[in-house]
Design a protein around this ligand. Structure first.
Ligand code: NDP
Ligand code: PYR
Ligand code: MG
Length: 770
């Protein structure tokens, strides 16, 4: 009955996905203007009468559309809804969430703008005519979730008619990533592509394109067996046969998947949930490769497959298991490369370049920067790491240039790239501008050996929500300080699944067995500063920041997070007294670093929270500590000592202080790319800096701004944050003897998760150094 499924019990993930899509605004994307529209003049430029000028330029020279409109960076993700994931023919309207999803992935991973277009066109002619008519709007067409065999003819005819890349993602995006996984898996298993037996479940868009690409790479047709819902594609079969399946038809008595799977080296599932019976795996060859790629539920779940074949290499299309073989690893970057050189098509050379780049990236030794980012825990090439993770920031840096180069070499680029190092530099800047900057920290946190994070504000809704996320994501093992009855009621109220005891440890400030020890430690640490026995007892009962710091100091936790309520200075006083400073900064104040992530990029600021008026020596030290912290993100620091004076233009005390700090840094930290004193705009613009002082040691854009005092740093932080709608990660407290962070009352639950990941990475690093 229609609507029956509405009453079906939804999983937590389904509930969360519905909420995610509905709030705070329905859907996943919106249009944003890239030009100011603040006054009459702007209106006259953007719209009538000014807009006529670019219109006429484009009329006279169509190539200038790339200069005057967003077309060269705009892709259409188009579906008719006939094969949506593995959900089948659910229609164009119901496909819209998937297409919006592809659109945001294009934007996030490769900075490409997308209009998602869902068309009511089940028939080939209508689909082709509709899509071909869109050519003036777009720089490329990404066909999505259109069923076989119609998709093959649609793509063929559009490629012939259109002069922009037309790429059916489910065919070629999938084929490229499958080919990369196959290359790497076979190397690991010690097998050769021409010799391996490949059996498919599915003979649709994705499966046939994968086979065609593997054949072009050396797989032999006689070793390939294709099955679908009607069984083996065999000679004489009439059901669901077409000219695209014909090359794989076998003259055979075999009829079912069970008949053909014995001895198979590769199972390629691009069909539907549960299509592979686990028992069949027993008959596959040694070290088989199982690609169970149906979405959202694979042909077989990895743990079920692993139980039957411990020697297997297993891949799925999902993000919650190792080896995610999903076309998201390909489509953003192949289009990035194609658009950047104005490719008129995506040809075989470009596809092969993508295959090689992806396969090579999985085996690549981590670069210095990546190794730092992953704190040496980068998964290395092997059965559980056959292909890179979708969040690897190097994907765009490897795939896009390889694809663009192949386009230029094969003659399809209308704007060939001549300076590849400069192109790579541009892509690098994109990586650091996107929120991907937090990803290496999350990866490192997941593999950290020091995961116990204690939260002073354990009754707070934001902390409870963050605790749920860090547990789900395996980032940390939370210890919450809070009264059990309060925590319990709130967990229920917010619909959170985590429970004390089983999922996290709870310290009851009113009654905890460790209370005596904590009081003794506090007296020991502060006794000489006049804290009496009675005062210590009261403090430990009432101040959760003190409890968190004492727990950390005693080794009951690896890192602490506090500061959601009350004044920063109060928390800082406790942290300073109980945790203290690292030996090398013991005679100085602690300091803080903040990261701002906006659409314009990532910038770090120090010190917006702690030291009111630091000396030149303290400023130099802060810069060194901040640089160390920034390297944790896999970013090479470029520091500017900012001032109202620009390279000696003023001689006020604070200008002299910053000049002196620059001198100290030149002597004590020559490896740090750093200069000053300078204006903030000179720091952020190489062109401006060059005009004033062409010999600066700082090249490109500074990513670390070191301020002369608390006022300037804090005002800059809050102003930029507000005006740029930037995400604040921090404050990151620097110089403490153990990882301890004092957040601010305005921090969001997402901010707490970010700081937790960072604290866990710091704790792991300290443990390694100890
Ligand atoms: N991981 C990834 O990156 C990708 C995964 N996919 C997944 O692959 C699957 C197929 O997508 P696509 O090729 O675009 O769709 P198509 O509709 O073009 O093809 C589906 C194929 O699967 C077959 N099939 C369906 N159900 C079964 C079953 N129970 N047993 C055996 N065969 C079956 C169909 O056979 P018949 O014709 O007899 O119905 C058809 O051959 C989907 O689950 C999709 O999510 C697709 C692209 C990328
Ligand atoms: C990943 C994808 O494109 C699909 O499952 O259809
Ligand atoms: Mg798809």
């Amino acid at each position: 009955m229609p609507g029956d499924n509405v009453t079906a019990v939804r999983s937590d993930l389904e509930e969360a996905a519905l909420y995610f899509h509905k709030y705070p605004k329905p859907g996943k994307l919106e249009i944003q203007s890239t030009k100011p529209l603040g006054n009459q003049r702007d209106l006259a430029l953007a719209y009538s009468p000014g807009v006529a000028a670019p219109c006429l330029e484009i009329r006279d020279d169509p190539d200038t559309a790339a200069d005057y409109t967003g077309r060269a960076n705009l892709v259409a993700v188009i579906s008719n809804g006939t094969a949506v994931l593995g959900l089948g023919n659910i229609g164009p309207l119901a496909s819209k969430p998937v297409m919006e999803g592809k659109a945001v992935l294009f934007k996030k991973f490769a900075g490409i703008d997308v209009f998602d277009i869902e068309i009511d066109a089940p028939e080939i002619d209508r689909m082709v005519d509709t899509i071909a008519a869109l050519e003036p709007t777009f720089g490329g067409i990404n066909l999505e979730d259109i069923k076989a065999p119609e998709c093959f003819e649609v793509e063929e005819r559009l490629k012939a008619r259109m002069s922009i890349p037309v790429f059916h993602d489910d065919q070629h995006g999938t084929a490229i990533i499958v080919a990369a996984a196959v290359i790497n898996a076979l190397e690991f298993a010690g097998k050769n592509l021409p010799d391996v037996k490949i059996v498919t479940s599915g003979a649709g868009a994705a499966a046939l394109a994968c086979l065609n690409l593997l054949v072009s790479m050396g797989a032999r047709i006689e070793n390939i067996w294709v099955t679908d819902r009607h069984g083996v594609a065999h000679k004489g079969r009439v059901e669901e046969m077409d000219r695209w399946k014909d090359p794989y038809v076998k003259d055979t008595e075999a009829r079912t998947l069970a008949d053909v799977i014995p001895g198979a080296d590769v199972f390629l599932g691009l069909s539907a949930a549960g299509a592979l019976n686990p028992e069949l795996l027993q008959h596959m060859a040694q070290k088989p490769l199982i690609l169970a790629l149906a979405n959202p539920t694979p042909e077989i779940m990895p743990d079920v497959a692993r139980a039957v074949r411990p020697d297997a290499m297993i891949c799925t299309g999902r993000s919650d298991y190792p080896n995610q073989v999903n076309n998201v690893l390909c489509f953003p970057y192949i289009f990035r490369g194609a658009l950047d050189c104005g490719a008129r098509a995506i040809n075989e050379e470009m596809k092969m370049a993508a295959v090689r780049a992806i396969a090579a990236l999985a085996r690549e030794e981590p670069s210095d920067v990546a190794a730092r980012a992953y704190t040496g825990e980068t998964p290395t090439f092997g059965p559980d790491f056959l292909i890179p993770s979708p969040f690897d920031p190097r994907l765009i840096l490897r795939i896009a240039p390889a694809v663009a180069k192949a386009a230029c070499d094969s003659g399809v680029a209308s704007r060939p790239i001549t300076d590849f190092p400069a192109y790579l530099d541009r892509l690098n800047r994109f990586v650091f501008r996107s929120g991907l900057v937090m990803k290496p920290v999350f990866s490192a946190a997941k593999t950290s050996t020091a995961k116990r994070v204690i939260y002073a504000d354990g009754e707070e809704e934001r902390v409870l929500r963050a605790a749920q996320v860090v547990l789900d994501e395996d980032i940390a093992r939370p210890i919450l300080i809070g009264r059990p009855h309060v925590v319990e009621v709130r967990l229920k109220r917010y619909g959170l699944r985590i429970r004390p005891g089983t999922d996290f440890e709870l310290i009851n400030p009113e009654d905890d067995p460790r209370y005596r020890n904590y009081v003794d430690l506090l007296i020991e640490l502060t006794g000489r500063r006049g804290v009496t026995q009675e005062a210590a007892r009261t403090i430990v009962r009432t101040d959760t920041t003190v409890i968190a710091a004492l727990a950390l100091r005693r080794g009951d936790a690896d890192a602490m997070i506090c500061g959601l309520e009350g004044r920063f200075e109060r928390h800082l006083r406790h942290v300073s007294q109980i945790i203290g400073a690292r030996p090398e900064v013991r005679d100085r104040d602690l300091s803080a670093l903040s990261m701002l992530i906006s659409t314009r990029g990532v910038v770090f600021l120090t010190d917006p929270y702690v030291t009111v008026d630091p000396t030149a020596e303290e400023i130099a030290e802060m810069a060194v500590l901040a640089a160390e912290e920034i390297r944790r993100f896999g970013i090479e620091p470029k520091a500017a000592l900012v001032s109202h004076s620009n390279f000696g233009s003023r001689d006020s005390p604070s200008a002299l202080k910053m000049r002196r700090a620059a001198e100290i840094l030149r002597e004590t930290a020559p490896e740090l790319e750093c200069d000053g004193e300078m204006h903030a705009d000179s720091a952020l613009s190489e062109a401006l800096r060059q005009r004033i002082y062409p010999h600066s040691r700082l090249k490109g854009e500074a990513n670390l701004l070191v301020f002369p005092n608390l006022d300037s740093a804090n005002i800059a932080l809050t102003m930029v944050k507000q005006m740029m709608d930037a995400l604040h990660v921090g404050p990151i407290l620097m110089g403490t003897n153990q990882p301890a962070h004092i957040l601010t009352p305005s921090v969001t639950s997402r901010g707490i998760v970010n700081m937790t990941a960072l604290a866990v990475v710091e704790a792991a690093q300290q443990r390694t150094e100890a």
